[in-house]
Design a protein around this ligand. Structure first.
Ligand SMILES: [Zn+2]
Length: 337
C-alpha cells in the first residue's frame, strides 16, 4: 500500500510560496538539512506555481533522477514562459525534484545515496530523499488531477523516446492515463512494465487514483535538440489535453509499444566490453543476437551472447561501453499499434 498512513508526523519541508493563490510564483521547498558546513542549513528545491482561477491542477516533475535532462530543460523553460492568462486552474512545476542529485549530476542523492524513485511514499522522519518523497506524496500529489514525471535513461541507459502508462487494476484509470500518454505525443507510447515497481513515484501516484504519465526520452546523461523538443511539445499538449491550457492538442504520430512480460529485459551474466548488433528502434526477432559481451582480461575468449526473447524493436540499451554482471543490457518491446 503506497498511500501513507494518516497519523504520520508533519513534513519538515516548508514551501516559500503560496501554492494556492493566483498568479506566478517562483520559490523553493526548504528542506532542513543540518550538516558540517551549515548547522541550520537547508536543501532548497526550486518550485514554481502558475495559477488562474478554478480548474484542474497539473503537477510536473523533472530530475526525479538527477542525471536525466529533457524534463528539467523543458520545465525550467515552461516555468519561465507560461503566463497565468494561458492557464485555467494551476500548474505546479518541480523541475528538479531530487535537487541534490540534479546538482551533482547523479542518479541518486549525494547526501544519502537515496534513489528518489525507489523512496515513495517516503517518510517525514527519514533521510532527506525520503523527506522529499513524503512531501510530494502528502502535500503535492493530493492537489493534482494529472501528474507528469519526466525520465530518461541517465548515464547508464538509452531509450527510444516514449511516454508511458502502466497496466492498472482500474481499467478507466488506465484508459485515462493512456489518453494522456497519446496527448503527450512522443514518437513511441509504451505500456510499461517495471522491473521493480515498489517505492516508485509512479506506483504511489497511480494508487492515489491520479492520471499519471511518465517518459523515457533517450539517455546517456545528456539531452539532444530532438528529445528536448519532444519534451517541450509533450508537456504543452498534455496541459491542453488536461484542460489546464487552451488550444488544440496537435496530434502527432505515435507507435504503441508493449512490454508484455519480464522476457523484455535482457541482463548480462558476465562483465565485459559490449558490442551491440542492433541499434535502438531497429526490428528484432526472437532469438536474434542483440549484443555480445567480450571479456577484457584476455584475448581469445568467447563472448557472452545476449539474445531477444521476443519479436519487436530494441527499445532500450545499456549506454556505457562496459557492462557488469546483472546489468540490464537491452530491452525488447513489441509493436502493438
Ligand atoms: Zn529516471
Amino acid at each position: 500500500m503506497a498511500i501513507p498512513a494518516p497519523d504520520l508526523p508533519p513534513s519538515p519541508i516548508v514551501p516559500s510560496i503560496d501554492l494556492q493563490a493566483d498568479g506566478v510564483r517562483h520559490g523553493h521547498l526548504r528542506l532542513p538539512y543540518s550538516r558540517d558546513d551549515s548547522a541550520w542549513g537547508s536543501v532548497m528545491i526550486p518550485i514554481c506555481v502558475i495559477a488562474n482561477g478554478e480548474g484542474p491542477t497539473a503537477l510536473l516533475t523533472g530530475a526525479n533522477h538527477g542525471d536525466e535532462y529533457e524534463g528539467p530543460i523543458a520545465l525550467y523553460e515552461l516555468a519561465r514562459t507560461l503566463r497565468p492568462q494561458d492557464v485555467t486552474g494551476r500548474v505546479i512545476i518541480l523541475p528538479a525534484m531530487n535537487y541534490p542529485a540534479f546538482e551533482a549530476g547523479t542518479r541518486t542523492s549525494p547526501i544519502d545515496k537515496g534513489n528518489l524513485n525507489r523512496s515513495f511514499p517516503g517518510r517525514p522522519d527519514g533521510t532527506p530523499t525520503q523527506k522529499i518523497a513524503d512531501y510530494v506524496t502528502r502535500a503535492l500529489v493530493p492537489l493534482a488531477d494529472v501528474v507528469l514525471d519526466f525520465h530518461s535513461g541517465g548515464k547508464t541507459l538509452d531509450f527510444v523516446p516514449f511516454a508511458a502508462a502502466h497496466r492498472l487494476p482500474d481499467g478507466r484509470q488506465e484508459a485515462a492515463c493512456k489518453a494522456a500518454v497519446e496527448a503527450f505525443g512522443a514518437p513511441y507510447s509504451m505500456t510499461m512494465l517495471e522491473i521493480d515497481a515498489v517505492g516508485m513515484f509512479d506506483t504511489t501516484v497511480e494508487e492515489m487514483g491520479k492520471v499519471f504519465v511518465t517518459t523515457e526520452l533517450a539517455g546517456g546523461g545528456t539531452a539532444s535538440a530532438r528529445t528536448v523538443e519532444i519534451a517541450r511539445r509533450g508537456v504543452n499538449d498534455l496541459l491542453v489535453h488536461a484542460g489546464v491550457m487552451r488550444g488544440a492538442v496537435e496530434r502527432r504520430e505515435t507507435r504503441w509499444l508493449d512490454m508484455p512480460s519480464g522476457d523484455c529485459f535482457a541482463f548480462s551474466e558476465e562483465a565485459g566490453l559490449v558490442a551491440f548488433r542492433v541499434d535502438l528502434g531497429e526490428p528484432v526477432r526472437e532469438g536474434d543476437v542483440l549484443a555480445e559481451i567480450s571479456p577484457i582480461s584476455r584475448t581469445g575468449a568467447a563472448p557472452f551472447t545476449v539474445r531477444a526473447a521476443m519479436d519487436g524493436i530494441l527499445a532500450a540499451r545499456h549506454f556505457p561501453g562496459l557492462v557488469k554482471p546483472g546489468d540490464c543490457v537491452a530491452v525488447t518491446a513489441q509493436i502493438v499499434g
